[in-house]
Design a binder for this molecule. Structure first.
Ligand code: PBG
Length: 330
């Protein structure tokens, strides 16, 4: 009997898997806490944090509990935080989004004052959390999202967030020309230091379901397929959108969701030449938490494996609701 491998002495990949030390040696840069960004929700007018039923372990924060959560995340070593605001009152134009007295502007000022030198403070820049109809832009009289009117709103929100001290704005509405409109507004007002993390390849995904509970922003009619990308399209379209955003002035680009779109992450990472972020969204979080709660998979290993796969696909930055927990563990 021929001993397996004897005639092919060089074909034994298991040699490099034999010990933990060997695996560590040959693994490319592992997930580091500083690559992780923690998304946080802050709600106006509540006195205690409110649990989000579809995202066990995640809450809508009060301004006070938000500040504490950010301090803890920074102590755990996360690279940044991204804030989502939920106003007490919503209207057709999302007026609270650019109100200097709006919830996110208050939260930004407080968070930046507390940890602004120690971390990167980002804010989602969109209208869906602020409009009563739940769409990411303002509507035409026939009920469609009006691209160019929405750009004016985004420019104004960018200025409000910049005035409140944000380091990075994250436009997530997928309007055409949004990066150019925001860059122009920021530069025109002297906010040349504020960076843009563009949600360039954002797909119309079922995986945002729990987020819509968290941010109270489910569309009241229709869906977002008219502005977000079609998951069925080839990744060529996503690459084109990312390149457009870079040409318009994006400092970083994002792919979202992450786990079902790792091919897109890889192609964009190989193409754009700016840091690439991937957002492991609420549905990805909920799936793992639900399965783990049922004892169907090993929670810690599953989290580590999924986030590592996003990193392996080429993401420099990973947005995840597990950021603080994982950073503390790494
Ligand atoms: C839009 C926005 C959404 C998410 C982040 N920004 C929701 C949507 O497009 O419907 C989803 C994030 C998640 O699911 O974790 N402002």
């Amino acid at each position: 009997m021929t001993e397996p491998g004897a005639s092919f002495p060089s074909t034994r990949p298991r040699r490099l898997r034999r010990t933990a030390a060997m695996r560590r040696l040959v693994a490319p840069s592992p997930l580091a806490p500083s690559d992780l960004v923690l998304p946080l929700f802050v709600k106006e007018g509540i006195t205690d944090p409110l649990p989000i039923s579809s995202m066990p372990g995640v809450v809508q924060h009060t301004r006070e509990s938000l500040r504490k959560a950010v301090v803890e995340a920074v102590e755990a070593g996360v690279g940044g935080v991204i804030l989502f605001g939920i106003p007490a009152v919503k209207d057709a134009h999302g007026s609270a989004a650019d109100d200097p007295d709006g919830i996110v502007q208050h939260a930004l000022r407080e968070v930046v004052a507390e940890v602004g030198d120690a971390t990167v403070v980002m804010a989602d820049l969109c209208l869906d959390e602020y409009t009563d109809h739940g769409h990411c832009g303002v509507l035409t009289s026939s009920g469609e999202v009006d691209n160019d009117k929405t750009l004016e709103r985004y420019a104004s929100i960018a200025l409000a967030q910049a005035a409140a001290g944000v380091h990075v704005v994250g436009p997530s509405g997928m309007m055409d020309g949004q990066v150019a409109a925001i860059r122009g507004a920021l530069d025109g007002a002297g906010h040349t230091d504020v960076a843009i993390l563009a949600y360039s390849a954002k797909f119309a995904s079922a995986m945002y379901g729990p987020f819509r509970e968290a941010a109270e922003c489910a569309p009241q009619f229709g869906d977002r397929a008219g502005y977000q990308q079609d998951p069925a399209r080839s990744s060529d379209e996503a690459v084109r959108e990312a390149l457009l955003d870079v040409a318009e002035g994006a400092d970083m680009v994002m792919v979202k969701p992450a786990v079902g779109y790792l091919d897109v992450v890889r192609r964009i990472a190989d193409t754009v030449g700016v840091p690439v972020a991937a957002y492991s969204v609420s549905g990805e979080y909920a799936m793992v938490e639900a399965a783990a709660a049922n004892g169907w998979l090993d929670r810690d290993r599953a989290i580590h494996e999924l986030l590592t796969s996003i990193r392996r696909a080429g993401a420099d930055i990973v947005l995840t609701y597990w950021a603080a927990e994982l950073a503390a563990r790494l």
